[in-house]
Design a protein around this ligand. Structure first.
Ligand SMILES: *Cc1c(COP(=O)(O)O)cnc(C)c1O
Length: 432
């Protein structure tokens, strides 16, 4: 039986997945981590022929004593109902396109699956929840889209005002039943802090709060699936088992999910953590700073990665420790200038239009190859659709990305948003 304990609990008290999922953050402010990771072995995902197929095969192992297969299967099939193609750029470089879900970023995988799992448990318990979510750009819309219209769930979104792209903002403030959006006069870290404070505030303890950030284990498990699906696709093309993954990172949820996939049994030679100017994690990996020596958030062109104090570092550090992190994960920081340059080069070389986040990854993997000469085939994650960032694409390539129908529709829909200060009391006034 897999159980979960808080990263901050010295006694490692265990809770079920259901509780970890519905709570999000542990009561002591820590993050839930599994007490064991099932060793599944590549056979399990090599046999699947869709991402949903991988999902059912893998998640049933994780959830077998909490959700019967007959209930799990439709949840996973319905959540992961969009493609996840591996696109070849060269013989040893592939991109995994994670932006074909309804809100056009990888956040749809975790948010859609988590929403359905939460509903499943809440219905069984006859309970409701208020989901508090801080977003640096893409999480909020994926969560809002995933949860909207469920009668037992209300969503409260916080995003840093003026620090997300215009398209992202439009996605965040589009009116959806049961969703309230707040533009916070501060940074993503402020939003994240407000959420964390709300959870431990005694005056709010009577509210059924839950979190949908990547602090929620219910988002990370579904994200591990696409690493396995990608490895399977690569294996059928190259017959190569081991692979390197390059992960454009901010809050380190995506990287954490990749690590889970590897611990389940997918051989991963190296992870590459690609960061923008928010440099804590690469600095840590290079031994320049100690664990938890975070810094204030720096605004960049890859805004969904603008995180100065990544939450999931606490999970990575608890599960792997300094030494293993530093030997397994290679990190680098990519400036705005290098991001634009890499977008241009990728378009020129491969005819491929990368969003700024994806470009940070492509630049990082190029540096990794240059510095190490490692010949292992590499999959770089393509995190968001370039059409979400028309201004940056225009700046880099001199032309806007092709329009996307899913985004066009947004502009015909009504919006609703309130601006608030970056304090818990401002948020409280609206919650109470
Ligand atoms: C959320 C996001 C990231 C960062 O992922 P983390 O899990 O926070 O590290 C990167 N790119 C895009 C497009 C995102 O939406």
């Amino acid at each position: 039986m897999i159980r979960y304990y808080s990263t901050r609990d010295p006694h490692k008290n265990l809770v079920r997945f259901e509780e970890a999922l519905l709570k999000g953050l542990a009561p002591d402010g820590g993050l839930y981590v599994p007490d064991q990771i099932p060793k599944l072995g590549p056979d399990l995902w090599q046999r699947a022929n869709s991402i949903a197929g991988v999902g059912v095969a893998v998640l049933r192992e994780w959830l077998k004593d909490e959700i019967p297969l007959t209930d799990l299967e439709p949840i996973v099939q319905d959540a992961l109902n969009f493609p996840c193609p591996l696109v070849k750029l060269s013989d040893d470089l592939y991109v995994l396109e994670l932006f074909h879900g309804p809100t056009l970023s990888f956040k749809d995988f975790g948010a859609r699956t988590m929403a359905r799992l939460m509903q499943y448990f809440l219905r069984k318990r006859g309970e409701r929840r208020i989901i508090l979510v801080a977003t640096s750009g893409d999480t909020g819309s994926a969560v809002a889209d995933g949860f909207a219209g469920q009668d037992n769930i209300e969503v409260v979104l916080l995003y840093p005002k003026g620090k997300v792209s215009e398209v992202q903002e439009r996605q965040l403030i589009t009116e959806r039943p049961g969703v309230r959006s707040f533009a916070v006069e501060g940074t993503f870290d402020d939003c994240q802090r407000m959420v964390k404070e709300a959870f431990v505030d005694p005056k709010l303890s009577h509210l059924p709060l839950s979190s949908a950030n990547s602090i929620n284990i219910g988002r990370l498990l579904p994200q591990a699936l696409y690493y396995l699906w990608a490895a399977k696709q690569l294996h059928s093309r190259l017959q190569s088992e081991a692979v390197n993954f390059c992960v454009p990172s901010g809050n380190l949820g995506n990287l954490m999910a990749g690590v889970l996939a590897a611990l389940m049994g997918q051989p991963v030679h190296r992870f590459i953590a690609a960061h923008n100017d928010n440099h804590f994690f690469p600095d840590f990996l290079q031994g320049k700073v100690e664990a938890y020596q975070f810094h204030p958030t720096i605004a960049t062109l890859s805004n969904a990665m603008d995180v100065g104090s990544p939450s999931n570092f606490e999970r990575l550090y608890t599960l792997l420790g300094s030494e293993r992190l530093r030997s397994w994960i290679w990190g680098t920081t990519v400036s705005n200038e290098s991001t634009l340059e890499r977008m241009k080069e990728t378009h020129h070389h491969y005819g491929y239009t990368a969003c700024p986040h994806t470009a940070v990854g492509l630049e990082a993997q190029a540096r990794y190859r240059r510095e190490t000469g490692d010949p292992t085939p590499l999959i770089s994650l393509a995190c968001a659709h370039p059409a979400k960032f028309p201004d940056v694409v225009l700046r880099a390539l001199g032309q806007e990305p092709p329009r996307e129908e899913a985004l066009e529709i947004l502009y015909s829909r009504p919006t609703r948003v309130q601006t608030i200060g970056a304090t818990l009391s401002a948020l409280k006034a609206h919650l109470l």
